[in-house]
Structures are given as structure tokens and as C-alpha cells.
Write a protein that binds this ligand. Structure first.
Ligand code: AR6
Length: 174
């Protein structure tokens, strides 16, 4: 999909190996590491990452904070904290949309023109994949429409075929 000079696509793979200016991390509010993609990013970036994260004082759900990428191919990491899925009536969609908006804001602030984003909240935090993909794609589409030329490329990085199918369906529905 192309909007206002930005290409947006779903790709399958391991985000820590990918060559974007910045990647987004699906972190927790401590920002001190965890499992899932967060664990993979901390392992690949190396121990300097957690030292910088300690200085950030945590992060609220729906917000995002940037660090350097250290040993990653990506120069910057945007850490965001997705909502835990509690049935969908507890503001989950608005908080997830906020994660994407805040991550894109931080990416612009650090000068990133290419960005890889994992499927925030869809692992340990239990957000249903199809619902999360729709929030992600709709929020990114509106954001880039309002800021033409801010990004060259945004990749929705899916870890498995199921996630890829869900994100491709959401992209086709825009
Ligand atoms: N590359 C791309 N996507 C990945 C990778 C990877 N290397 N590894 C996992 N995924 P999750 P959450 C996918 O659980 O649901 C952590 O402990 C995964 O398949 O990483 O937001 C944090 O510290 C799923 O689709 O994040 C928090 O405590 C997606 O990334 C908590 O988990 C997100 O899954 C956050 O949970």
C-alpha cells in the first residue's frame, strides 16, 4: 500500500535482523526487558541497551520512548507498551492506536525514514491478531496521510504466517 509517498507492507521475519533506521519494541512499562520480541531485541542489542533504558524511568501503556539501537542493524529503537487484552471493553483499541501514533512520532523525532514495527500486544499480552492488525493498519494509514513524506517505508514485521495473513487482510481492507 502507498499513502502520501510512504510504502506500507507486511513482511515475515525476525525484526532484530532487519535493516531499518528504527525498529519498534513491544516492551513492558519497566522498559527493562522481558520475553517475546522485547527479549530478542535486548539480546541482540547487547547490555548497553538496558543501561540507557534504566535512565528513562519506565513508560506508560500507550506511550513510546526512543533509545539507540546499539548492536542492532537499526540505529534507533522505539519502545512502546501495548495494552494487555482484557476482552476489548477496557480501552484496549485506543491504547493500541496510541502506541502506533506515539511510535511514529518518536521515529520522526529521531529522524527515522524507514521503520519496522512488530505486532504489538499480540503475543504475551493476548490481543487478538485480526483486531490488532486492523488497529495497526488504520492508525498508520491515518498518520502517514496527515504527514506526507515523513516516512519512506513502514514494515509491519510478522513473526509467523498467521500474523502475516492477518496484517495482509487488514492492508487490503484500507
Ligand atoms: N520479530 C518479530 N516479531 C516477533 C519476534 C521477533 N523477533 N518475537 C516475537 N514476535 P510479544 P506483547 C512477535 O509477546 O504481546 C514481553 O515480555 C510475536 O509473535 O513480544 O506486546 C514484554 O516485556 C507477537 O506477534 O509482545 C512485555 O512484558 C508480537 O511479536 C510483553 O512481552 C508481540 O508479542 C509484551 O507483550
Amino acid at each position: 500500500m502507498h499513502i502520501g509517498g510512504t510504502s506500507i507492507e507486511a513482511v515475515k521475519g525476525d525484526i532484530v535482523t532487519m535493516e531499518f533506521d528504527a525498529i519498534v519494541n513491544a516492551a513492558n512499562s519497566s522498559l527493562l526487558g522481558g520475553g517475546g520480541v522485547d527479549g530478542a531485541i535486548h539480546r541482540a542489542a547487547g547490555p548497553d541497551l538496558v543501561h540507557e533504558c534504566r535512565l528513562l524511568g519506565g513508560c506508560k501503556t500507550g506511550q513510546a520512548k526512543a533509545t539507540k539501537g546499539y548492536r542492532l542493524p537499526a540505529k534507533h529503537i522505539i519502545h512502546t507498551v501495548g495494552p494487555v487484552w482484557r476482552g476489548g471493553e477496557n480501552g484496549e483499541a485506543e491504547l493500541l492506536a496510541s502506541c502506533y501514533r506515539e511510535s511514529l512520532d518518536r521515529a520522526i523525532e529521531v529522524g527515522a525514514r524507514t521503520l519496522g514495527i512488530p505486532a504489538i500486544s499480540t503475543g504475551i499480552y493476548g490481543y487478538p491478531l485480526d483486531k490488532a492488525a486492523k488497529v495497526a493498519v488504520d492508525t498508520i494509514a491515518i498518520f502517514v496521510r496527515d504527514r506526507p513524506g515523513a516516512f519512506k517505508h513502514i514494515a509491519l514485521v510478522c513473526f509467523d504466517a498467521k500474523a502475516l495473513t492477518a496484517f495482509n487482510a487488514a492492508l487490503e481492507a484500507v
